[in-house]
Design a protein around this ligand. Sequence first.
Ligand code: SF4
Length: 295
Amino acid sequence: MISEKDLENISSAVSLADAYFSCRPEKPCVIAEDFFRGDAVNVQNEQNAPVPGAAQSDARTITAQTDTLQSPTAVQTVTRTDEPETNNETALQNIARKIAACNRCRLCGGRTNTVPGIGVPNPLVLVIGEGPGADEDAKGEPFVGKAGQLLDKMLAAINLSRHTNCFIANIVKCRPPNNRDPMPDEAEACRSFLDAQIGILKPRLILAVGRIAAQNILNTTTGINKLRGQFFEYRGIPLLPTYHPSALLRNEDLKRPAWEDLKKFRARLEEITGLSFSTPTQTQSGASTQNRNQN
Ligand code: SF4
């Protein structure tokens, strides 16, 4: 005999599962909120931090805990094995050296460090942002600080990471003064570096974060609200624009559409690679890990 208390428990469990797995508009999107709030994801770097310009390809473990009902479960990372790492790494280092010596545009005058990019040399995904801010300029790495931490959580929500299967680069490699938008001639002057990186990395998908990245890459003046969530192509590679993590930090209402974009991105990545990028708590079957090495 099912008691009233049992019915209450079942009902609340079903509601929670609904929210987890369907993210229905009338319910809070628990997965997205947990990941984007940043209180439930712990990306554990087991080895050294990646090297700017030619990051590491070593296997690291992403531990994702999306709720309080399940203990953290190690996710087997999805890495790419069809691209030689060593050659790519050398080629990326060569580009990073050229960037460090570059004075093609006025931004060279105010930089502390150039910021060529960071990630694995054979990524599945390339993330393109706008340009370095103060933290990035000081460290010589893209997406550090709060926006960088949020980007890492957004990527972890679809089983991606700069440490295992992504490379992160910007439209311009030097910091614009006072964090202003890069000017068209600066973006134009820097474009060949990004294109050279794309030629080496050959990512399967590109995620363009923010208006500046999307507009520059797609050569359009259309706003990010219209561009986001739609697939385009750049150099034959599918590209999805979404909001910049800084925008999500400023406006919580953008978290839900950003999560919808990420789910769309994940679905295309799964379609292209034939692999799963769900974390265990996003898999209704409860299967904790899968063999996801790409051949
Ligand atoms: S932003 Fe790009 S083009 Fe301008 S100086 Fe830096 S590396 Fe060179």
